[in-house]
Write a protein that binds this ligand. Sequence first.
Ligand code: PGA
Length: 258
Amino acid sequence: MLRRPLLVANWKMHKTVSESLAYARELIRRLEATSRPHDGREVVICPSALSLWPLAQRLRGVAVTLGAQHLDLGDEGAMTGALSGYLLRHAGASYVIVGHSERRQHFGETDATVASHVQEAFRRRLTPILCVGENAEENRSGVTRDVIRRQVGVVLDALTADDVARLVVAYEPVWAIGSGRVPTAGEASEIARFIRGLAREAFSPEVGESLRVLYGGSVSVTNLGEFWSQEAIDGALVGGAALEVEEFFRMATWGQEG
Ligand code: PGA
């Protein structure tokens, strides 16, 4: 099973609508001018929900896909402030980040809510990018695999084999996010293999092989190659470094031959 490489930008709470459009304009200009296309790999931008629709218009016909950073349950209804998968899908999102550690930390999302959001994403034909990862204390005390097993396990229990084969998991050690610190590519790769192993055990070897696993946490144009060249790692989820269009463009076309 060939897993399609994937590079995802998570803009978090950054960029106004007009800044988002200026970024898209510049990204398109660079992609059109390059002799190193990103054919064969998927490039996804997850902007603020406000910028989804304007970006979807600007990116028509361009090989860049959009994702949301969060979704709420339900389709439409009396739910002040909520953003459903239905609304996100109709605003141009194809992916949605679920269970990011910042959502778990600041918005009280639990393993159970995260599992229900992943299910909801599939129901709405959005591909979920499930974020998992240990914090610094858990890393120090050597319980990383236990944490990952718990976070991934509860989601696998809620899904069908078909869903899991299409799921994307981003391994994001919490201590690496925005800190400039990263695990070694070998360590990240072992965890990617471990995650795939959980899907294999829960379903089948084929399902395990189909599941895409990304690395995220302080990825930059300098260290991207170390992670991406690991057989077990299918790409990256990038925060801060993706805010600069030049840097994101260089990551999107990293390692491509002219
Ligand atoms: P970072 O963020 O690249 O700024 O560390 C990654 C993320 O939180 O998804």
